[in-house]
Write a protein that binds this ligand. Structure first.
Ligand SMILES: NC(=O)c1ccc[n+]([C@@H]2O[C@H](COP(=O)([O-])OP(=O)(O)OC[C@H]3O[C@@H](n4cnc5c(N)ncnc54)[C@H](O)[C@@H]3O)[C@@H](O)[C@H]2O)c1
Length: 343
């Protein structure tokens, strides 16, 4: 078992391992969980003498309707200010429950049991919580760090294989940002492999280091968006047939090709390796104009220029605007590189 610590103002531990002990608390507890991991949530609720409620996971869980329903249940049962909310599930559950905790009685404590690889290395760490609007994802939320994060690796045994792999794309991204070569080899892992604990801890540590430097996403934290600018456009224009993890892998390859065009280190072989392992299917032939209009619309709404995260070498990235011509040339390089996945 590995125990990491996130420095103040977060100030909590992240425990990663198998048979992670349940925390002891004197506070009243309510457990909100994904029914797919009831086998983990039920004993937890029992250990804390807690009430519990199941919420079906997925983006629809991050809605005002579900958010309100939970708040009203908590109010009805008279859950007090010193209560704790325990979230058991993937990133949609931890985002939702964290936001409920951030707002109920102006903020109560919460803890997270992430049960997807994505939530273990990313969503449950850093205190970003929130829900979606019909106008877009994650448009409503709060920074509200949990009191503890407990990544129970046994729960990954039931996670579908493609979800297991997809979450590791974010870990791989942490590898590009930190230069940690171990993170660049996710293909060595399976839910029961001995190396998994160390791998996930290294990935979580990279995210911890970034959020410690920059809780509110002003500078350093923006680098975590590596690959995401094009990825969002690819997801939308594929009608979400392309999964988020696969879209981020394609997006990181694009950013790496932009870096090459700008004269930086060529890290594209690492991303080619990642894509061959993911075996994605790129269900679109969208042109640069199509994709760029998605990217632009998104940013314009917020009155921002388009900032790209450019991996200038392994372990170093910078955030900057990029000339239109370079973006286009890199896109044509990208098209050639991803041809074999298209269809
Ligand atoms: N707050 C942040 O900083 C942050 C960072 C990255 C992503 N996110 C958010 O995370 C969400 C995606 O997270 P996710 O991929 O974990 O989504 P998810 O919660 O929808 O889980 C994915 C699927 O796996 C199932 N599942 C979860 N754990 C399981 C298990 N152990 N066994 C079997 N099935 C299991 C779920 O029921 C669901 O069908 C997005 O909403 C994204 O916005 C947040």
């Amino acid at each position: 078992m590995i125990k990491l610590h996130v420095a103040p103002p977060h100030d909590h531990s992240v425990v990663i391992g198998r048979s992670v002990p349940f925390p002891a608390t004197n506070s009243p507890v309510a457990v909100i969980y994904d029914p797919k991991v009831a086998y983990l949530a039920e004993p937890l609720a029992e250990s804390a003498g807690a009430e519990s409620a199941a919420v079906t996971a997925g983006e629809q869980a991050k809605s005002f309707g579900v958010f309100e329903g939970i708040l009203r249940k908590m109010a009805l049962s008279g859950l007090p200010r010193d209560a704790e909310l325990w979230a058991v599930g993937g990133g949609t559950i931890t985002d939702l429950v964290g936001f409920v905790a951030a707002t109920y009685l102006r903020g109560i404590a919460w803890r997270a049991w992430p049960t997807t690889t994505l939530a273990m290395v990313d969503a449950a760490i850093g205190g970003k919580t929130g829900i979606n609007l019909p106008e877009g994802k994650n448009l409503v939320g709060a920074f509200h760090p949990p009191r503890g994060v407990y990544a129970e690796l046994e729960s990954l045994a039931t996670l579908p294989r493609e979800r297991f792999r997809e979450g590791l794309v974010e870990a791989f991204k942490h590898g590009i940002l930190s230069g940690d070569a171990v993170l660049l080899q996710p293909w060595r892992l399976s839910p029961d492999s001995a190396e998994l604990e160390e791998y996930l801890a290294r990935a979580a540590q990279t995210k911890i280091a970034v959020v410690e430097k920059d809780m509110r996403e002003s500078g350093e934290r923006a680098k975590l968006n590596l690959g995401h600018t094009l990825a969002h456009a690819l997801e939308i224009s594929s009608g979400h047939r392309l999964s988020h993890g696969q879209a981020v892998a394609f997006g990181m390859l694009y950013s790496a090709l932009v870096a090459v065009r700008l004269g930086y280190q060529d890290i594209t072989p690492h991303l080619e390796e990642l894509l061959s392992w993911l075996e994605p299917h790129l269900p679109l032939q969208a042109s640069w104009e199509d994709l760029y209009s998605y990217i632009n619309r998104d940013k314009k709404k917020r009155g921002q220029e388009i900032h790209w995260v450019i991996p200038v070498s392994l372990g170093e990235a910078k955030v900057s605007t990029v000339q239109d011509q370079v973006l286009r040339e890199a896109f044509s390089d990208w098209r050639k590189a991803v041809e074999r996945y298209a269809g």
